[in-house]
Write a protein that binds this ligand. Structure first.
Ligand code: ZN
Length: 294
């Protein structure tokens, strides 16, 4: 009697073409083929070269807030179409299409939560929603996030990712620059910290307002940050632009940013900054690296 019987199954030829296309992703920087699940666990940072791929808005909420602490606010706000704007297609249709794809209905998620136990008001822009463009809803949501910070006396954090003001709302989108800046000025008067986190890309009217108004302006490595595009600038000043112009590292060197932080260390670094600004005691980490950081 055979104790062990080898099952006579035919070997199945592993056919890579059968793999679903969304299992692998190629790093745009080093070309390494990455397992998407691993990349997700690593907050969309390439484990080989540390290139920062785009992280979704809800990804940033998960990255920065303590598990289960985030409560989304003003989710129901929707853009009106005051100009009845039509470019390649009507703005209304564009909005409806973007809404169908998005879980949050607009280009920003706002709410409250805690970051390493520190209560915060948080706003995160969503680049996948019409290029993270700042329309009246984005401005209103972020301004309300600032007002909640004022009311509850908590710090405000805004993660920016944007192509700038939403041109389909014309002057109404530009007015958001003043509206958000006014709330930030109030926070400043009240001595409440506002930390701006700039991610790739942060441009146009967003850079020209709240993204650059942080008490501390933090960026991710390699992020494109600017106001006008390089070609427009070159044509205006009639000079060739230096290498790396409008990248986070260049801006840090020229005093436009306070720090560049790897996304994987972002939460810990922000907690350190917030504790310092709020006058809370520093938390010692295992290696004692927090020593002297207060
Ligand atoms: Zn890479």
């Amino acid at each position: 009697m055979a104790w062990f019987r080898k099952p006579k199954t035919r070997l199945q030829a592993a056919d890579r073409r059968d793999l679903p296309g969304d299992v692998w992703e190629k790093c745009p920087n080093c070309g390494e083929i990455l397992y998407r699940e691993k990349l997700k666990e690593n907050w969309q940072v390439c484990p080989t070269c540390a290139h920062h791929l785009r992280l979704s808005a809800s990804g940033y909420v998960a990255l920065l807030t303590d598990e289960g602490s985030f409560r989304e606010m003003d989710r129901e706000l929707r853009s009106a179409d005051p100009l009845q704007f039509v470019d390649l297609k009507p703005y209304r249709e564009r909005l409806a299409a973007a809404e169908r794809k998005s879980a949050h209905g607009e280009a920003a998620i706002t709410g409250e939560g805690t970051l390493e136990g520190i209560p915060i008001s948080l706003g995160v822009m969503d680049f996948s929603f019409i290029g993270g463009s700042m329309g009246s809803v984005v401005g209103e949501k972020l301004a309300r996030a600032g007002l909640r910070a004022l009311e509850k006396r908590t710090p405000l954090l805004i993660v920016s990712a944007s192509g700038g003001a939403r041109m389909m709302e014309g002057i109404f989108s530009l007015m958001q620059m003043a509206k958000t800046s006014a709330v930030l000025a109030q926070m400043n008067e009240e001595g409440l910290p506002y930390v701006s986190i700039l991610t790739d890309p942060t441009t146009g009217g967003v850079t020209a307002s709240y993204a650059m108004l942080g008490d501390v302006n933090v960026s991710e490595p390699g992020a494109l940050i600017g106001f006008a595009g390089p070609r427009v600038i070159e044509q205006t000043i009639k000079q060739e632009l230096p290498e790396g112009f409008q990248r986070a590292e260049f801006l840090l060197e020229h005093g436009m940013l306070d720090m560049i932080t790897d996304r994987r260390a972002m939460k810990t670094e922000l907690a350190r900054v917030l504790r310092h600004m709020l006058g809370l005691p520093a938390v010692e980490d295992f290696a004692g690296a927090a020593e002297g950081s207060a």
